[in-house]
Design a protein around this ligand. Structure first.
Ligand code: HEC
Length: 197
């Protein structure tokens, strides 16, 4: 968005170029909501941490969402990239749901938009933060932690942080926005071609 191109209505192409630098995340609606919990002491829950392995290289890339800027010619203001482990994806394809312990990671990137040879293209730049969900179908942890319930563990990490979440309560920080996806186990599966059965 730093270099908007003046081609109204041009197609936004999705180029996912991954740069792992840290960044602020004030532009993200999801991240704005998260800021409500800031300063209340950050929870560390190893089960909900950002994976220590290189998930971008080793996990399955499920799909991407581009969140458009208010002005069409500015392209996408955010790119979201979603990953899950291969065994978890295989289990999903067999059973139609993720097995307990399955971890899903969503990268939120700030973007750049430029006129490339394909057209107006927005692509990922700095990492604004990461969302993590972990399957817990029986809600075994719901009594013990405000980050677990409705069949999942839920946490958001700012920038390149991997362990200290700013999420304090999934019901206020996450659930409202995931309610529309309740019928697909709170996941926006329409964005993941591989999971279409
Ligand atoms: C402002 C609304 C909003 C908030 C708040 C929000 N989400 Fe989401 N989330 C979405 C939407 C919409 C998608 C899919 C589309 C996208 O990414 O733009 C999504 C996708 C995800 C994904 C990818 C898997 C999926 O569900 O399709 C994860 C993981 C995720 N969110 C975790 C969380 C967690 C954890 C929280 C709370 C800490 C949270 N989200 C808060 C709206 C929200």
């Amino acid at each position: 968005m730093k270099k908007p191109v003046g081609r109204t209505g041009a197609l936004v192409m999705l180029g996912l170029i991954v740069f792992g630098a840290s960044a602020r995340a004030e532009d993200s609606p999801a991240v704005e909501a998260m800021h409500l919990g800031e300063g209340e002491g950050r929870i560390v829950d190893p089960e909900l941490a950002v994976p220590s392995e290189n998930y971008r290289e080793e996990w399955v890339f499920l799909g991407a969402f581009s969140v458009l800027a208010d002005e069409p010619e500015e392209g996408a203001k955010e790119m979201h990239a979603v990953y899950a482990e291969q065994e978890a994806v295989r289990a999903y394809l067999d059973a139609g749901s993720f097995p307990d312990g399955a971890k899903i990671v969503k990268d939120v990137f700030e973007t750049e938009t430029a006129y490339l040879t394909t057209g107006t293209a927005s692509y990922a730049r700095e990492l604004a933060g990461r969302f993590v969900m972990v399957k817990d179908s029986q809600n075994t942890k719901a009594d013990q932690s405000p980050l677990w319930g409705h069949g999942w563990g839920w946490a958001f990490y700012e920038g390149t942080e991997t362990r200290h979440t700013i999420t304090t309560d999934y019901e206020s920080d996450c659930l409202g926005c995931h309610q529309p996806a309740q019928e697909t186990d709170y996941l926006y599966t329409q964005g993941y071609p591989l999971l279409a059965r």
